[in-house]
Structure formats: C-alpha cells, structure tokens
Design a binder for this molecule. Structure first.
Ligand code: GTP
Ligand code: MG
Length: 296
C-alpha cells in the first residue's frame, strides 16, 4: 500500500531557496496491514472467552467518540450506520449526555459479542462529565441511559446505580479518544481528568488504548492521501504527543479517520479502524481471561 511520489530534481533557481522541512518520513513508522478481508474476518469471527466484551470510549468533547462507534458499525456491516448520534457544530459542550451502551449489530437481530459504551465528553469548563462518573462507568456501576449530571457525580442512591456489578457489567478495555488536530493544545483541566481516569484503571489492571481521530484535519498530506498516514511526520508527532501526555505506549495508540463525510466504503479508513478494533478485542479478552482465572 502507499502511492508514494518521488521528489522532482531541483532546478538551478530552486537551489537558492530555503529547503522546506520534509513532511514525510523516508520509512513508515508503522506498517499498514494489507489484507482487509483477512482482518475483517478475524474481527467478525472473534469469539471472546466470555459472553460479551464491553469497552468504553472517553475523552474530551467533540473528538469523535460517537463517530467512532458509527464507523466501527459501518466497517462491520459494510454500509452507512448511525447508531450513535454525532454533532457537527463544535460548541465546546458535549452533545452526548447519556450513557449509551451500543450493541454492535450483525443484522436480522443477530449481534457481535461486543458492546461499546458512549458517554458524555470532558469539557474544559465545569460542564462536562466528571472523572468520578467515568470511573463508575468502567466499574459497571452505571446502567444504560443514565443522564450524566455535570454538577455532581452519580450516587449509590440513584435508581440507575448498580451496587454489585458483575464482570459482565464491567468494562474490559478503556479507549481514550483524542483528536489529532487538538491533542497538542489540550486544556490542563481536561488532561487532569484523563489522567485520573487512567490512574484508576491502571491500578485495576484494565487495559487502555488511545484512538487518535481526525488525522485528515492534522496533516495536509494525509488529508489528500490517507495511504500516507504512517509516513506523515505530523501524525507521528501527534502520536508521540499522546504517548508523552498520557503515558500510553506507542503500540497502543491508533491513528484513525472516522467515516464523517464519505458515504462510500474506503479501504484505508477500514484498515485503520480494523487494526485498532482487532487489538482492542484482544486486549479486552486478555483482561477478561485474567479476571476469570482469579475467580477459579
Ligand atoms: N474530518 C473528520 N471529522 C471527524 C472525524 N471524527 C469525527 N469527526 C467529526 O467531528 C464532529 C464531532 O464528532 P462526535 O462523534 O459527535 O464527537 P463526540 O466526541 O462524540 O462529541 P461529544 O458527544 O460532544 O462529546 C462531527 O462533526 C464528526 O463528523 C474524523 O476522523 N475526521
Ligand atoms: Mg458523542
């Protein structure tokens, strides 16, 4: 994969101009999986060690959490999907206000053994979700359709509060969604909230990854040709930024482009989403197996 263009040889006039910084790397920093059908089959046929795997998406508002759910459903079903509501006007306020547990559909009432939990975004003001609620959500204490209250975290008296969640109710992998076009200027308060969530999950050994969306908005070269993603210096810098800020290893950071504009299927968009999804499924399942062994 990769339709790389050769650099034209400089003319004598060009020799006097300042040399622009190259925007592409001579070697990719990651290799693109090249067999879409193989990886799609692997994901579609994934049989977890438990009935259903559950993951949660958390992160700042407007970064593409809900879009990621639609994009994943779309890759799996091969058609446009709108199971999670997205918002195109960026107001700084979270559009998603409720806990939504999305069961991915195979078609005709059948489901994949994966649930993706969509929650309210973290805001730089006091309006967004509180880190306490994100922690309660991944521990399985919050039921579907709970409406988050930015003023106060859920209490154990709330009718939507589950007092004794089982492994089925808990989240098996945390997916922090950040957007490539804003990760370098992330607000300090948002970052503190993300860090508190990460610390709690780490203490419990819950796997964590970052999905970095909007790569098309962060790099002109990638916007023109998504095949260039692993050659892009800018995207690599953004991935390094996620790694520095959050302490999540580079091999657990997945740059993607969500299906936000196009209505037709795209091979590279699919490959990037599927690469992330395959690893998330494996990490979640490893965690579940580990928890099940503890109970034996
Ligand atoms: N260009 C581009 N736009 C994207 C991408 N992902 C999401 N978007 C757009 O970003 C906007 C916000 O997306 P949402 O999915 O609603 O974001 P969210 O994180 O769920 O936001 P809240 O629910 O408000 O916290 C929408 O207009 C999406 O179409 C992407 O990869 N590239
Ligand atoms: Mg949303």
């Amino acid at each position: 994969m990769g339709n790389r263009q050769s650099t034209p040889s400089p003319s004598s006039q060009d020799l006097f101009l300042p040399v622009p910084e190259p925007t592409v790397l001579p070697e990719p920093w990651r290799k693109m999986d090249c067999e879409r059908e193989e990886i799609l089959h692997e994901v579609k046929e994934f049989k977890p060690s438990t009935e259903v795997l559950r993951i949660v998406l958390y992160g700042p508002t407007g970064v593409g959490k809900s879009s990621f759910i639609n994009s994943v459903q779309r890759v799996l079903s091969g058609r446009n999907a709108m199971i999670a509501l997205e918002n195109s006007t960026l107001t700084g306020k979270s559009f998603t206000k409720k806990m939504n547990i999305h069961k991915l559909k195979k078609g005709r009432g059948e489901r994949y053994p994966l649930e993706i939990v969509d929650i309210m975004g973290i805001e730089s003001t006091d309006g967004g979700i509180k880190h306490e609620d994100i922690i309660k959500a991944f521990l399985g204490h919050i039921s579907d359709e709970y409406i988050f209250n930015p003023g106060a975290a859920i209490t154990d008296h709330d009718p939507k509060y589950k007092k004794n969640p089982t492994l089925r109710d808990k989240v098996h992998c945390l997916v922090c969604i950040l957007s490539a076009d804003s990760v370098s200027r992330m607000d300090g308060k948002v970052f503190d909230e993300l860090r508190l969530v990460r610390e709690s999950a780490s203490l419990l050994g819950i796997p964590q990854v970052i999905v970095m969306t909007k790569v098309d908005k962060a790099c002109e070269t990638v916007s023109q040709d998504l095949n260039e993603i692993y050659y892009s210096k800018k995207i690599k810098e953004k991935v390094d930024k996620c790694n520095d800020n959050m302490g999540i290893p580079l091999n657990a950071i997945y740059p993607v482009k969500n299906y936000s504009e196009s209505i037709t299927q795209d091979l590279v968009i699919d490959m990037l989403l599927l690469t992330a999804l395959r690893d998330i499924l494996n990490f979640a399942n490893d965690y579940v197996e580990c928890e099940m062994e503890k109970d034996e």
